[in-house]
Design a protein around this ligand. Structure first.
Ligand code: AMP
Ligand code: MN
Ligand code: MN
Length: 331
């Protein structure tokens, strides 16, 4: 476990105070925490006069549900400058999570630039020159807020909205929350955030095509009560055919339905990402460490929310997940 040393925070704030040209990167297939954190920090740096841009390697556009967070700072990865004096990676435990943009970490360092990593994953590999990494933080957005406080920055509504989007989604709607989480949320609301609107836009409203997709996928879901050390596994498969015609957001929503199953401690969704490739989402309720299973399969994540990518048929991928879960430590 790594908590944040105060001088790491002060050093990162000093770096940001001096910054004039900054590229901020979210992880591939960005969620509200990765992109919201990047856009919040980028806005504050832009107010301070820096030239900033926010990007991620894939997909090629901003997910529709997150577009309302961007005041126009996102640029496609293909339009990034060759190098930048300061690269900031957010919510990304390793350069691999930056996809094709992961190489910029090394090229920036080789060119004498700085790489600031802001993240809350226990699996963070400390790949930057500077780190604000704290795996006790409920979201990267919380770490960005701590940095903004250190900078003495004003919290206006567009910045607070980006942070709220990250906080509300990474805590599953404040289900994983401490009194401090709610104090942070209180500050964001005081800055003018409309919580109903944010949640509706970022996490709730879906096109009608979501319903037939869910119906197909859920009708083939299975419950395996002997898996995950007898704690139970509910799993579903989203093939490329199922995914045709719905957004990434709808595909990512399936795990949140499957995880509701009472008889299963663990939920898994296998999302087809190639003819013989599956991106796997794993969720546990409280009793087993799924990040350990994901790591054993080449992925990573948090104890209760993790993922990995597996090659082969879906049956082979399921077998691998079952085997890894049989070895995963109980909490
Ligand atoms: P997801 O199921 O995609 O929402 O991912 C759940 C958690 O696992 C997130 O915190 C991700 O950062 C992490 N994660 C997912 N896939 C990977 C991977 N291939 N490598 C490392 N971490 C991952
Ligand atoms: Mn994330
Ligand atoms: Mn996060």
């Amino acid at each position: 476990m790594s908590t944040l040393a105060l001088d790491d925070l002060a050093r990162a704030a000093a770096l940001l105070r001096e910054a004039t040209d900054v590229t901020l990167l979210a992880h591939i297939r960005p969620d509200a925490d990765a992109l919201g954190s990047a856009l919040a920090l980028a806005q504050v740096l832009a107010h301070r006069g820096a030239t900033v841009r926010v990007s991620f390697a894939e997909p090629a556009t901003v997910p529709e549900s997150l577009r309302g967070l961007d005041p126009g700072l996102w640029v496609p990865a293909t339009e990034l400058p060759d190098s930048e004096p300061l690269l900031i990676a957010l919510d990304s435990a390793s350069p691999a999570r930056l996809g094709a943009l992961g190489e910029r970490v090394d090229s920036t360092k080789r060119a004498g630039g700085r790489v600031l990593v802001i993240d809350h994953h226990a699996s963070n590999t400390f790949y930057g020159t500077d780190h604000v990494v704290d795996d006790t933080a409920e979201a990267t957005a919380v770490l960005v807020l701590r940095l903004l406080d250190e900078l003495g920055a004003d919290l206006d509504e567009p910045v607070a909205r980006c942070l709220y989007a990250g906080l509300v989604t990474d805590t599953s709607g404040f289900r994983r929350a401490t009194p401090q989480t709610h104090r942070v949320a209180g500050r964001l609301l005081a800055a003018g955030v409309d919580p109903d609107r944010v949640v509706r836009e970022v996490a709730e409203e879906r096109p009608f095509g979501w319903l037939p997709m869910l119906a197909r996928v859920l009708s083939a879901a299975r419950l395996d009560t002997t898996a995950a050390r007898g704690l139970g596994l509910a799993h579903a498969v989203v093939t490329e055919d199922d995914a045709a015609g719905v957004r990434l957001e709808e595909i990512e929503s399936v795990i949140d339905v499957v995880r509701s199953v009472r008889e299963a401690e663990v939920a898994a969704v296998f999302k087809q990402s190639g003819p013989a490739q599956w991106t796997v989402s794993l969720r546990a309720k409280s009793r087993i460490d799924v990040s350990s299973a994901a790591r054993a399969l080449g992925g990573g994540g948090h104890r209760l929310a993790a993922g990995c990518t597996l090659d082969g048929t879906v049956e082979q991928a399921l077998r691998q997940v079952r085997t890894a879960l049989a070895e995963a430590p109980l909490l």
